[in-house]
Ligand binder design. Sequence first.
Ligand SMILES: [Zn+2]
Length: 206
Amino acid sequence: MATLWRPKEGVEIHDLGGQRYSFVFYHVFDMQNVIEGDPWIFEQSLLLLHELKEQEDPSQVLLNKMDIWVQIYDLPRGMISEKIIQSIGNSVGVVVKTDPLNMQGLWKPYMRVRVTMDIGKPLKRRMKLKREGDTWSWINFKYERLSTFCFVCGLLGHSERDCDIVYANPEKVIDRAYGVWLRAPNKNAKNQNTGSKWLRNGPDGG
Ligand SMILES: [Zn+2]
């Protein structure tokens, strides 16, 4: 991680056992850069971060959250406001911040919001919005720097090859409700679309 992060003032790493590590940064900027760069992948696993508070035991803290940038697509033009972006973000997780560029300059294909997400819950694909007196519209999400996730159950940390639902139904053709389209386009990232014979692309079921 140190070679990936390259903290200017260095970092001290301790192995706490049980796949836990503590990172001691010598400058607050170095720590902030790492937190703002979340999510991180280490040896093909998602690295879950937690900023330790005083008196917190690093071997006991719950590691079930991660910060991630969410892109919001298809938001009707009349609904683009900081308040609405915040409330959409809070339905995906807990808002950390919104992108100050959302409201600046020319029209943008999507709005960005950074949220703290509970990794024990499936990824949210889309949500329905309604303006007073208006029709319902669907808005869609994409996630930046998304690591391995399951196209069947939508959980992070495993692919469909290791999915309990797939294993529990060996004879059944299982629909994929999720897909590679949840990944925000990234020049450096490769698609992790792993095909398999029992699976077919299902409709986006909401
Ligand atoms: Zn799964």
